[in-house]
Write a protein that binds this ligand. Structure first.
Ligand SMILES: [Zn+2]
Length: 223
């Protein structure tokens, strides 16, 4: 299940982001850094882990990780437009987070959570040190030291639709594995036929079983 949920994220080199005369374009500019930030975030919400495609394909929001409301006038306003402060977020998570900030406000790169309240910066820490997705699609807090419990509560990470999306993602991966196993079996049957260790009648019977399994799997995947 490596990387199926909450993969570790990395920024691109700062030179790839749009800027003009040393100032990064804001999200309101026509040349926004949306595409670059979306790529950084692997086209998924940094909070609930839903992929854009899993939510109908409409663009997500660019969340000011350190909120403009608090940091807008600090540090020469750099956090208003700097792409490294922009994190891809689905609309619902963005609305639920709003201007909430529980971390340090005295520096532009200080702790992002204090006393277990706040948010994990996905580009600074591996969030899977604090939470995991169980086999039913629920995000579970795995460490009492981090802000996972706070994030799950504040952002409603286990809202019905997101649990469904995660479960569906896992089921699809399993279905792909089953399909690979069936196709592998099909190849082995034909190899055995070619080597003469199976009769034509045996091959026919075994291939009928394999074909039926593939048809049933295809129907399930379309359901
Ligand atoms: Zn989200």
């Amino acid at each position: 299940m490596t990387n199926l949920f909450y993969p570790s994220l990395q920024r691109q080199d700062v030179s790839v982001y749009y800027k003009s005369v040393g100032v990064f374009y804001s999200t309101y500019n026509c040349k926004s850094n949306y595409e670059n930030v979306a790529k950084d975030c692997q086209y998924r919400c940094v909070y609930c882990d839903a992929l854009i495609d899993e939510c109908g394909g409409e663009p997500f929001s660019l969340d000011h990780f350190r909120p403009q409301h608090i940091f807008g006038d600090r540090f020469d306003g750099i956090l208003k437009t700097h792409p490294f402060n922009l994190h891809l977020s689905c609309q619902k998570c963005n609305v639920l987070k709003t201007s909430d900030w529980q971390g340090c406000i005295d520096t532009e790169s200080g702790p992002t959570y204090i006393n277990k309240k706040g948010y994990v910066d996905r580009f600074k820490e591996d969030i899977t040190n604090f939470l995991e997705v169980d086999h039913n699609g629920y995000v579970q807090c795995t460490s009492p030291d981090g802000p996972a419990k706070y994030m799950i509560g504040k952002l409603l990470l286990n809202r019905t639709n997101r649990v469904y999306i995660r479960k569906l993602r896992e089921v699809k991966v399993k279905a792909r594995k089953v399909q690979e196993m069936i196709l592998d079996k099909q190849r082995k049957i034909l190899d055995e036929w070619n080597s003469g260790s199976l009769s034509s009648e045996q091959v026919k019977q075994e291939l009928e079983v394999v074909t039926e399994l593939l048809e049933r799997l295809t129907k399930l995947r379309k359901a």
